[in-house]
Design a protein around this ligand. Structure first.
Ligand code: HEM
Length: 453
């Protein structure tokens, strides 16, 4: 190996002036990181590894995926059943998206609690928040691409929420949809965004982020302006020590990714049908806290207030390094920032859990509990239970129990009424009736009718 690389470099040296480049790479590889650098510092590179996984599996998916309303769903079916390892690319891409968002959140939390966003790393943080927002938009835009019932209706709700943003909402919604409803134009736009625009913007932001991080090195735990220089021998060498840790975690995560892909594959579902509103539709897990929060405020004013509530955390995230001007970095010396961070995480977990269990029934120790649209539990009488058994454990809207019922309200039960109520609350901000607004919208829409043909 050493022999090969020596020959390769002497070959290149004879033709190009490679010395400065080699010196730069050498400096980067042998850089000493602060002495406290350890396992909690691996999540940045893990995010990078998962982003690369998305790019590679995304390119493989592009070989077969067709971004039109007629062919999108069929091309995914074909990929699953006919293409060698096609199912694996798709599963690695779908699970990779979930793991990437989770990893980016953990990395963000690590830098937050260790005060790494403080001077002089404010811009590293701001670029990081932009990356976080982009990661979520990646998830949202990719969700529509299989063109199944779940993705179609989740996008309908998601874009309705975007349309409710005061001021720019209606324009934003029209821009996203390419019309008034989710249709073939929406699929083209989401595809272009997901497979062309976002990857390049993300790539540019990640390069800037890594450049800032490398130039400034990782933060120590010393207060701002009182950083003590550490002797080089007490620093952690990037190569081989830290890189080995990053490699171990990357390999373990790849193992987890393959295991999840094999043992818990993502469903293809039913093809998108603009005329059939399935029950129990919910967005992906990372939207659940905002989704639940939106349910608590109804009416025009409530809707504006709820949109304000879900937007403010993102603004706060961007501005945080400029709002928290204290010098301390150690979490023990930052009780307010740490309390804000912990409360935000607990609130997101509680809201996310409520949204997850809402409109579902679970049987625990022989007791059947039904959760209404707000996530409020209700004990179900044992004999009323048998009729519902097929819908037990309806999770995250993954199943489509209304598929056989075009209007989705034919013989609606209490649980279904509650689910429909959620739709009405979200889509219209008004009390529910038995005609779901989504159905009403679809049946009025010529574009939706076109895509049905
Ligand atoms: C694709 C997404 C991202 C990649 C590839 C990435 C990559 C990295 C890497 C490799 C590091 C150095 C090691 C480490 O701390 O883990 C780092 C540091 C940092 N990242 Fe990220 N990052 C991403 C997203 C984010 C996000 C979402 C934020 C915050 C909102 C963020 C804020 C920071 C900060 C403040 C540092 C400096 C840490 C320190 O000095 O200790 N990053 N990033």
């Amino acid at each position: 190996m050493g022999f090969l690389s020596r020959h390769m470099w002497s070959f290149l040296d004879a033709r190009f002036h490679t010395q400065p480049f080699r010196k730069f790479v050498d400096q980067q590889m042998h850089k000493r990181m602060p002495p406290h650098t350890g396992w909690v510092h691996v999540f940045g590179s893990l995010s990078l590894m998962l982003f690369l996984n998305q790019v590679i599996t995304g390119i493989l998916l592009l070989l077969y995926y067709r971004p039109t309303a007629e062919e999108a769903f069929k091309s995914i079916q074909y990929l699953h059943s006919e293409v060698s390892f096609g199912w694996l690319f798709r599963q690695l891409h779908a699970w990779g998206a979930t793991l990437m968002i989770l990893t980016v959140i953990v990395h963000m939390a690590r830098t937050f609690f260790m005060g790494a966003y403080k001077k002089p790393r404010e811009l590293t943080w701001v670029v990081g928040v932009a990356i976080f927002v982009l990661t979520i938009i990646f998830g949202f835009s990719g969700y529509l691409l299989p063109w199944n019932q779940l993705s179609f209706w989740a996008t309908t709700v998601g874009t309705e929420i975007a349309g409710a943003v005061p001021g720019i909402g209606p324009v934003l919604r029209k821009l996203l949809l390419g019309g008034t409803d989710v249709g073939p134009e929406t699929l083209s736009r989401f595809f272009t965004l997901h497979a062309v625009v976002l990857p390049w913007v993300m790539f540019a932001l990640v390069v800037v982020h890594l450049f800032f991080m490398r130039v400034q090195n990782l933060a120590t735990m010393d207060p701002v302006g009182e950083e003590r220089p550490y002797p080089p021998e007490s620093g952690i060498p990037f190569w081989p020590v830290h890189l080995a840790k990053e490699g171990c975690v990357a390999l373990a995560t790849l193992g987890l990714l393959v295991t999840l892909s094999v043992l818990a594959p993502w469903e293809i579902g039913e093809p998108a049908d603009p005329l059939t509103t399935p029950a129990g539709i919910k967005p992906e897990w990372y939207f659940l806290p905002s989704y639940q929060l939106l349910k608590y405020f109804t009416g025009p004013r409530g809707r504006i207030f709820s949109i304000f509530l879900v937007t403010v955390p993102f603004l706060l995230l961007f501005l945080w390094p400029f709002l928290d001007r204290s010098k301390a970095r150690h979490p023990r010396q930052r009780p307010i920032a740490v309390t804000v961070g912990v409360l935000a995480i607990v609130l997101a977990l509680v809201l996310g859990t409520l949204a997850h269990v809402a409109e579902s029934r679970y049987t625990i120790f022989g007791l059947t509990i039904e959760f209404d649209v707000m996530g409020k539990p209700k004990l179900v009488e044992p004999d009323a239970d048998s009729a519902h058994s097929s819908r037990d454990l309806r999770q995250s809207g993954m199943d489509t129990p209304h598929a056989a019922d075009p209007v989705g309200i034919g013989d609606s039960t209490d649980a279904e009424d509650v689910a429909l109520e959620g739709w009405a609350l979200l889509s219209e901000g008004r009390p529910a009736n038995h005609q779901t607004p989504a159905v009403a919208t679809a049946s009025l829409s010529p574009r939706a009718m076109d895509s049905k043909k």
